[in-house]
Design a protein around this ligand. Sequence first.
Ligand SMILES: Cc1cc2nc3c(=O)[nH]c(=O)nc-3n(C[C@H](O)[C@H](O)[C@H](O)COP(=O)(O)OP(=O)(O)OC[C@H]3O[C@@H](n4cnc5c(N)ncnc54)[C@H](O)[C@@H]3O)c2cc1C
Length: 497
Amino acid sequence: MNKVIIVGSGNAALCAAISALEHGSEVLILEAADEKEAGGNSKYTAGAMRFVYDSGEELLHLLNDPNDQRLEVTDFGSYPKEKFENDLLGFNDGRPLSPQQKILISNSKETIQWLADHNIKFDPIYSRQSFQKDGKYIFWGGLTLEAKGEGVGLVDAQLKRVIELGGTIEYNHKVTKLQSENNTINGVVCEIDGNEVFFKANAVVLGCGGFESSKKLRAKYMGDQWADSMVRGTRHNLGAGIEMALEVGAAFEGNPEGCHATPMDMYMPENGNLDIPFIERKQYRKICYFLGIMVNADGNRFVDEGINFRNYTYAQFGKAILKQPKGFAYQVFDKKVEHLLYSEYFFWDAHFIESNTLEGLVDQMQNVDKNQMLKTINEYNLAVDKTVDFDPTILDGKSTKGLELNKTNWANALDTPPFKAYPVRCGITFTYGGLKVNDQAAVINMDGNEIKGLFACGELVGGVFYNGYPGGSGLTSGAVFGKIAGQSAASKFNDEQ
Ligand SMILES: Cc1cc2nc3c(=O)[nH]c(=O)nc-3n(C[C@H](O)[C@H](O)[C@H](O)COP(=O)(O)OP(=O)(O)OC[C@H]3O[C@@H](n4cnc5c(N)ncnc54)[C@H](O)[C@@H]3O)c2cc1C
């Protein structure tokens, strides 16, 4: 029987495993972490997945609870293919859609349906992706569903399905090398308790994450500044899959400096940590800047906080903060928007300062130019266009006028005490550069040919994201390329019989 080895046990690898099993292969998953830490970054996610859909009707059969009463007053809108294309193009710095991006978009809908057919179900993201308006839940930003039980629920459900279909998984099996014979990958070398052990296979699928957790590779590919970034997810994604494949001649694809990085509480733990209860772990993120302003240590704003819905900006603004003097910023809000701030701002371990006056607030700020800080806030307040109504469900056009850097939507004056300021810095989520694959998810070498027997999926596939990321696309990319990689690894062998 055809044997496929899958490296890693996150969303991408597990999708590859389900797909290979479905296509008649024996599947062995090799995972570097122990059982508790397995599941990679996928377990750290909210399980939100972006995909093309034409109407709310199409979502119903994907839902964990299709009888939820709220559905009767929910407007999911739609997310056409063209919108997904534009969302990705918006981060391509003028480049056309890459072949990998086209694969992601055109397979997104059927792949989510495929997951649901394998009993991996979804819930609407009412709390973060909808606002209530006129008695209705209005979804915005094209992102509507998250996996039942968020990232942990997603990975658990996928692993359950793998086991049901007859797959097996070995923990504490760190893959260190790809082995080949007659120019075809025929297995992997694993490090187990300090010993090297060879595992033979007909095909290998790499689904073992990017290099975001490796200080050394971050500095090498992204620049020295990145060595000190905090890491939001697993400590096991050290770039091994990419390095192993490069060693056997694979081509590197995409933007080596590109990454997903978000504003995080200044004092978050240095690494992601699954020991922190899930509900608390995600609370270190601080992404409601669109309701206020962000100001750096020199006392200056540095991004248009309202340039777009936050799931088109949050993955870029971590990097913007890292590049500021001293690598941090303050997010400033007033009482008017407090009820709209996400729960993470009320987390017991959220760090903030508070005052009834702007002067009192600025006075408590540390390591900043206080004069310039106050000047910036006052200038911002004076520049707010008060003739336009604030509406967080749409790009409301309520902007500042005449500033060197305007805020183009949701620009409320900071005029209602108490005022709060949250210190934030950059946390890296995952890297964008990686291996070049074709439409079969086969890894491509420097001459443009397939490396026989080697497939890849998930974070370590390059060319899917260039300089930014519409929220919820990472898991979908992993699922899309995982499904294809599993099928290819299984059927390549069948073709050759
Ligand atoms: C806090 C956080 C929140 C996020 N939220 C979302 C979200 O809501 N929606 C979304 O789309 N994306 C989200 N992302 C991004 C998302 O996590 C990734 O895009 C996706 O999970 C990557 O899946 P993957 O399977 O490629 O990698 P991973 O899930 O990271 O899996 C890689 C696996 O490979 C294992 N591994 C590594 N090296 C080896 C080796 N040498 N041998 C064997 N095994 C190895 C790792 O231990 C790990 O289990 C989030 C990320 C983080 C950190």
